[in-house]
Design a protein around this ligand. Structure first.
Ligand code: AN0
Ligand code: CP
Length: 318
């Protein structure tokens, strides 16, 4: 594998799942693979899980790890070509990227949507520049439109907990006080479509995701109807995608907060969320603390998805 930014890069999901379960049984099985190899993790945004689980994954593979928080101690980076750099950004990404590539073998990048320009975000300008100019295999630790390490972990978790071959999985929008990217729901939808589950997306009017991510999912505007008979509830907030509303908050309606009322009409569904989660905005205390909540095993699987991905990138090195 030469890069990992979307579901297509991982290939057959059954093969990827088997590899994940093999690594889960013995996470140090490939500890020799990364000897004297260096992973560089570059963060343009905050992280708890991705930072720790990806570093742990690299350690499972015997790698050395360097972490750079661009906003803490590095030079502020200009990202647009053609800009006269007389402002507060002393370095251009176009020099910084190949320099970072000199010091490592594999690069992980976290760079969220900026919500200033939909085309800039949806063409994945930042991570694509890393792919083009670093000379190294690059993987996404959440880019502007997708969070594939999260979705891979979500897929593994659903496979571990499902009680029927083709479970009903419901992605539900829930309220949040800040505008959040569509990366997690887009990516989750992409993986659920690839896994061919009975997949439903529910959200208020105006929160439609980009059609290329919705794919074959059923869109249901009535949250209660969507939850009927569900096996998995995956909650997430996102800001609007459509037209002039791109990046805007259109609703903070707390009747969408996932509580006992909605969970009660599911088929004893498991509750999932990528975390971090705002309690009593996205989900009530009772639901996230219930026996049906699998948010911690879900987060634990981030180490497994990252180990599979970095292993494959190491195997692809020339
Ligand atoms: C981020 C998001 O919604 O994309 C990261 C989630 C993994 N969440 C926040 O910024 C709260
Ligand atoms: N789920 C997830 O990616 O969490 P962090 O933002 O803490 O890395």
């Amino acid at each position: 594998m030469k890069k990992f930014t979307c579901v297509q890069d991982i290939g057959d999901l059954k093969v990827a799942l088997a590899e994940a379960l093999e690594i889960k049984k013995d996470r140090f099985k490939y500890v020799e693979l990364g000897r004297n190899k260096t992973l560089m993790m570059i963060f343009f945004n905050s992280s708890l899980r991705t930072r720790l689980s990806t570093q742990k994954a690299a350690m499972n593979l015997g790698m050395n790890v360097m972490v750079l928080d661009i906003n803490q101690g590095a030079w502020k980076l200009e990202t647009e070509r053609g800009v006269i750099m007389d402002g507060d950004r002393p370095e251009h990404l176009l020099e910084a990227i190949p320099v970072m590539g000199c010091y490592c073998d594999i690069i992980g990048v976290r760079s969220f949507a900026q919500f200033e320009n939909r085309e800039f975000d949806y063409s994945e300008t930042i991570i694509n520049q890393f792919i083009k100019y670093s000379g190294r295999p690059v993987f996404s630790m959440e880019a502007a439109t997708r969070h594939p390490l999260q979705s891979f972990a979500d897929f593994i978790t659903i496979e571990e907990y499902k009680r029927k071959p083709r479970p009903k999985v419901v992605l539900t929008w829930a309220p949040h006080p800040r505008a959040l990217p569509q990366a997690v729901p887009n990516s989750f939808a992409e993986w659920m479509n690839a896994a061919d589950y009975d997949f439903v997306i529910t959200h208020p009017h105006g929160y439609e995701l980009a059609p290329e991510f919705v794919g074959n999912a059923k869109v249901e505007y009535d949250q209660m109807k969507a939850f009927e008979g569900a096996d998995f509830i995956y909650a997430k907030n996102w800001a609007a995608y459509s037209g002039d509303n791109y990046g805007k908050i259109l609703s903070t309606d707390r009747s969408w907060t996932v509580g006992e009322r909605q969970m009660g009409i599911t088929d004893d569904a498991y509750f999932m969320h990528c975390l971090p989660v705002r309690r009593n905005m996205i989900v009530t205390d009772d639901v996230i603390e219930s026996a049906q909540s699998i948010v911690i095993p879900e987060a634990a699987n981030r180490e497994i998805s990252a180990t599979v991905v970095i292993k494959r990138l190491l195997e692809g090195l020339e």
